[in-house]
Design a protein around this ligand. Structure first.
Ligand SMILES: [Zn+2]
Length: 427
């Protein structure tokens, strides 16, 4: 049984175990019960005047009749509120080189800054993140610390180091002056064999789907292409193809950092499962990319705010227009804030990225879906998080009012619940 099949099998067992429990009609008590709220399920469905019962860390029961209030230890009166699933940010750099230059800064980052940031994410309603472009050891360390409750934060999906060309971004750009960090934050490959070896290494070290590749830069022998002022080459196409094939053969999805149209098209046609950033450098000129993304069911991770912060409003507008065009064509959009690159308000970044999707022209419901169910599918956790559904983890954000008509309400959650525990708000 491969990795995905094994997890699905486990999830079905788990799901059936929970679903097989009595519906709180025969003496079972909920640990937490939210009565008479509007429930945005996450997949486009909305339930009016619904109640949600939680036992332990799971959603146990959802009904449109408030029949179980007396069977709960803690009751939240949900009248006038909207429940959405806990937010998922699919593009976070848990370890950022902007804050790391040597061992001393690494120590401070791990012991002071990062725990503070993880807590901030949780308080803003972000209950799951995918971290990418980060060293294996620290990715696992923080994933485990959060899972064990030693640090308050969102559950962590760890993609590990990204794969790029030795002359590529970020190996030759951000890490040019920091060879020790480079070894830990990135993997490099010049050919198919090295690409397969790098993918095998990160998979066997316990990193999770989707794995990250970088396909951004110039061609060897072509015109100079500069990233952060440094001439940069993209991954050799045979290395890109081999990395995708190796990851897929192991049951992993692959997401590729791109900025330019032709690079994005090559990556999608090579079979990647997601684009990180997508097309930012110029307006999408034709329908080839959309058609290829639909044929390959390729996801798009947004990072719209990043472009404004790093490159200004004009670049962000191009990224917004391109994203809207792909979204309207049927490409699943996923929220990724690229925290903390460019700016540092962990948690709020994610909420403002959702607002940026609305500014780009998505409906608030579509933008919230991008940060919940779509993101869960992209990181292959759709049977655990991303919806308000029986059997899934009880991760949710409760807003006074309706964020599907006023997206700014997500900035001020009345309650945040993760794993069935209230982490923001009063019971
Ligand atoms: Zn990034």
């Amino acid at each position: 049984m491969n990795r995905i099949a094994a997890r699905r099998f486990f999830a079905i067992l788990l799901c059936c175990g929970v679903m097989g429990q009595p519906e709180a009609g025969d003496g079972q008590r909920f640990d937490l019960y939210i009565a008479n709220a509007r429930v945005f399920v996450g997949d486009g469905t909305v339930l009016e005047r619904a109640s949600v019962g939680i036992i332990g860390d799971r959603i146990q029961w959802i009904g449109t009749e408030d029949i179980n209030r007396t069977k709960a230890k803690i009751v939240i009166n949900g009248a006038g509120t909207t429940i959405i699933p806990g937010l998922i940010d699919a593009h976070v750099h848990l370890m950022s080189s902007e804050y790391l230059v040597d061992d001393d800064s690494l120590h401070s980052y791990k012991t002071v800054i990062l725990p503070h940031w993880l807590k901030g994410m949780l308080l803003h309603g972000v209950t799951t993140i995918r971290t990418l472009g980060a060293p294996i050891r620290e990715s696992l360390e923080f994933k485990e610390k959060v899972a064990e409750g030693l640090i308050d934060g969102p559950r962590i999906v760890a993609s590990g180091p990204g794969l790029t060309s030795p002359q590529g971004h970020p190996a030759a750009t951000m890490y040019q002056q920091y060879p020790d960090l480079k070894k830990r934050f990135v993997r490099v490959a010049t050919n198919a064999e090295e690409a397969r070896a790098a993918i095998s290494e990160v998979v066997e070290a316990g990193m999770e789907s989707p794995l990250k590749l970088v396909f951004h830069g110039g061609e060897p022998g072509g015109e100079s292409y500069k990233i952060m002022g440094v001439p940069a080459l993209h991954l050799a196409p045979e290395a890109l193809e081999a990395a995708i094939d190796e990851a897929h053969s192991r049951g992993y999805r692959v997401a590729v950092h791109t900025n330019d149209y032709e690079d994005a098209l090559v990556a999608v046609l090579a079979g990647v499962d997601g684009l990180e950033h997508g097309v930012v450098s110029a307006p999408i000129p034709d329908g080839r990319l959309l058609q290829a993304m639909l044929e390959h069911n390729t996801f798009l991770v947004s990072t719209l705010r990043l472009h404004k912060l790093l490159h200004g409003s004009a670049v962000q507008q191009v990224a917004m227009d391109n994203l809207k065009l792909l979204h309207d064509g049927g490409v699943p959009v996923v929220v990724g804030s690229d925290t903390p690159v460019g700016w540092t308000y962990p948690g709020l970044n994610t909420v403002l990225e959702i607002e940026a999707l609305v500014a780009a022209g998505l409906t608030p419901s579509a933008a919230i879906q991008a940060a919940t169910h779509n993101a869960a599918v992209n990181i292959e956790l759709e049977d655990q998080v991303g919806r308000i559904h029986e059997g899934l983890f009880a991760d949710m954000v409760i807003s006074k009012g309706d964020p599907t008509t006023d997206i700014s309400l997500l900035r001020y959650p009345a309650y945040v619940i993760k794993n069935g525990k209230i982490v923001r708000g009063n019971e």
